[in-house]
Design a protein around this ligand. Structure first.
Ligand code: ZN
Length: 136
């Protein structure tokens, strides 16, 4: 069994939500893992991974707008003195870099409306998402 893969994603906007579910599902299927856990982690400090809905793409936009209201750009953040992206770091830290999804019968266990989503806060950039499979 291949226990891990890194998926490359190129974001195309300053803030963006990208559905990773199909790419992660492909990694799980290629691995041959029947039962266990799938850890999905973005390898960057200004993006996050969440489980939520993409059927209505407004939800991802609403999450970004809510975070913009709570964490305005250039609001006196100390890190802006260094590279002007403190709000992106704070948003990424609040959502977190990873999600852990169960695998059963070789498939991701997700609710009907749940998807694995990359949240970009400092794009456009080339992003790497590491998928680690843990057999049980
Ligand atoms: Zn920075």
């Amino acid at each position: 069994m291949r226990a891990s893969e890194t998926v490359a994603i190129e974001t195309t906007a300053p803030e963006q939500h990208r559905d990773l579910t199909d790419a992660v599902r492909d990694v799980v299927r290629r691995s041959g893992l029947a039962s266990g856990l799938c850890h999905v982690m973005v390898l960057h400090s200004t993006a996050a991974v969440v489980v939520n809905e993409t059927d209505d793409p407004n939800i991802g936009t609403d999450i970004s707008v809510a975070l913009d209201r709570a964490i305005p750009d250039r609001d006196g953040w100390l890190h802006d003195r260094i590279d002007d992206n403190a709000s992106a770091h704070i948003k990424a830290a609040l959502l977190g870099p990873s999600e852990l999804v169960p695998v059963r019968d070789g498939e991701l266990v997700l609710g009907t409306w749940q998807r694995i989503i990359l949240m970009e806060f400092d794009g456009p950039r080339k992003r790497k998402v590491h998928v680690q499979l843990l057999p049980s």
